[in-house]
Write a protein that binds this ligand. Structure first.
Ligand SMILES: Nc1ncnc2c1ncn2[C@@H]1O[C@H](COP(=O)(O)OP(=O)(O)OP(=O)(O)O)[C@@H](O)[C@H]1O
Ligand SMILES: [Mg+2]
Length: 259
């Protein structure tokens, strides 16, 4: 579990302002969905939380401490199209991620530590429903299976924070629904803080405990890079109760009737 504080953060590339004075307090264990138009800086924001990019101004804190300068095993990441290692099997991909998380400098584990690593990797492969495919190579997997492998890889490092950048964007609606059914219980069980960027509002509301929208508040038609995105909506779904995506919430729960 981990809390993230975003304090007066700016992202600027040359004279283009992408993110402008962003402030967010993300509670430990929450699931934050980030939405917003293309190019408004959602991936840039995730890269800053990951430690891949640095804010040009302001600071990011993880549990009250400044974020380490580089990506660490405390933060896992899944992109829309994840490059799993093609020459390794499903189990091999998860095992490598686990080994890199445990033993960053050695990269390999031996003896009892390796046995434990294999057991843990097998558990993760099973948790994402790839048990029967553990010895296959990624080229023999469907898109949805590759994304499940990417999630298992990210979880292998036992991250406190899981960052998802349109992780299901390339999947068909049925596979997407399966991925939601997989991710939600994993998040609940592992107690991670999740930040997920998505273009799918229904997905944002179904999975998130909070939905944050980024957008530009000010525009200068003569200089498009002059103003950056800020938080334009911030909805705490735990406070407002369940949000109906279709129809209205039931006033009275349906009673189960005895046969
Ligand atoms: N390293 C970089 N150097 C220069 N400009 C960059 C860099 N990274 C991002 N940008 C610019 O920042 C802006 C925001 O990009 P970003 O990828 O964060 O948008 P996004 O909200 O994730 O969009 P999408 O929904 O299309 O994925 C873009 O105009 C992009 O060109
Ligand atoms: Mg993006």
């Amino acid at each position: 579990m981990s809390a993230i504080s975003v304090r007066n953060v700016w992202a600027e590339f040359g004279d283009q302002i992408v993110i402008e004075d962003l402030n967010l307090e993300i509670a430990s264990g929450s699931f934050v969905s980030v939405v917003g138009p293309s190019g408004c800086g959602k991936s840039t924001f995730l890269r800053m939380v990951l430690g891949q990019d640095r804010p040009s101004r302001g600071k990011l804190l993880l549990d009250g401490e400044p974020l380490p300068d580089e990506p660490g095993s405390d933060r896992g990441v899944v992109f829309q199209r994840y490059s799993v290692f093609p020459h390794l099997t499903v189990l091999g991909n998860v095992l490598l991620a686990y080994e890199l998380g445990q033993s960053r400098f050695l990269g390999r584990l031996f003896g009892a530590a390796r046995k434990k690593a294999i057991e843990r990797s097998e558990e993760l492969v099973a948790a994402v429903g790839l048990g029967p495919h553990r010895d296959k190579h990624p080229s023999a997997l469907s898109g949805g299976m590759q994304q499940r492998l990417a999630i298992a890889q990210a979880l292998a490092k036992d991250p406190k924070v899981l960052l998802l950048d349109e992780p299901f964007g390339a999947l068909d609606p049925g596979t997407r629904a399966q991925m939601h059914a997989l991710l939600k219980p994993l998040w609940e069980r592992l107690g991670m803080t999740v930040i997920m960027v998505t273009h799918d509002l229904k997905e944002a509301f179904n999975l998130g405990t909070r939905v944050v929208a980024f957008d530009k508040v000010r525009h200068d038609p003569q200089a498009p890079g002059r103003f950056g995105a800020r938080v334009t909506y911030d909805l705490d779904l735990t406070r407002h109760g369940p949000v109906p995506v279709l129809g209205f919430p039931r006033k009275h729960p349906v009673q189960a009737t005895a046969p």
